[in-house]
Design a protein around this ligand. Sequence first.
Ligand code: NAD
Length: 315
Amino acid sequence: MKVTIIGAGMVGSSIAYATMIKGIAREIALVDINKELAEGQAMDLSHGNAYVRPTKIHGGDYDVSSDSDVVVITAGRPQKGGESRLQLLKDNARIVKEAVTKSLSFSKEPVFIIVSNPVDVLTWVAWKASGLPRNRIIGSGTTLDTARLRQSIADHCQLDPRNVHAYVLGEHGDSEIVNWSHADIAGIPLTDFCRNCRRDCEGDLFQKLFEETKNAAYRIIEKKGSTFYGIGLAVSKVLSTIFNNQHSVLTVSTVHSEFEGLKDVPFSVPTILGREGVERILKVGLSSEELKGLSNSAGVIANAIESLRDEEGLA
Ligand code: NAD
């Protein structure tokens, strides 16, 4: 199967690298407004082919994307000093809209995976611009945040993160929440596990782990400028789930038709993915406080979408 990645910068190339190493796709195409960059990344990646299961890799303009099964969008521009988040949102919304429209003239009904930020709002932009059914538009959502949370819990409990089942829900951003009430390790509720693990699990441990997760990107950006390896692996997992029809549960962002009185708002909850994109959005158990938090988070996204409505051609 073929994947095209639009935006061949740090995130796009990390997704390509992880996808190539894992042997997930038969073909990877990289597209960037900076054609030289896309071509250079493709050359560099293809020089590793002798050491993995070989993948056909090209870089260039949209024509290299023809007949893709999945299109991943990481194109965007960074925030400039002193500008508002809203201005960045409008510019990235235009970039995503253009990427979706151009991709559709080369590939028939691909599944889109949106990674550019703010990812939830841009997932809605892609859904609107594509005219495709909701199941074919997926935001990377809180896949990365969930992996960060599982790693933090695993570090604390001295466990393999793959045995930690805890999910970050809502916005990929400051209003996200954790459904602690249903977090477990090997079927043991996390609170019971903590009671018996003889580590320092007292006090505000859960709040501390949540803050660590929520602020991870800020801390990484302070130290190295941007984040790309974690999201590269997270998106490669979404790709392998689609390409291999794995029915894995991942916290991707999808446009929910209705939630707590809000219509067509994208946010993340555990979702089953397969060959055609979203197979089923799971109804997760939430405490009343968690439901309040998730409604608030969906409201934050809905308000940002509302701010685009006056912009010609965006909503
Ligand atoms: P980057 O600047 O390295 O790469 C962005 C690329 O997009 C650049 O190469 C640029 O030339 C290209 N681009 C810009 N406009 C374009 C257009 N109109 N058409 C095609 N290509 C275009 O940035 P990055 O570090 O790779 O980050 C990319 C995006 O991913 C950002 O929006 C970032 O916030 C986001 N991100 C999301 C997550 C997540 O969890 N969802 C995590 C990390 C980063």
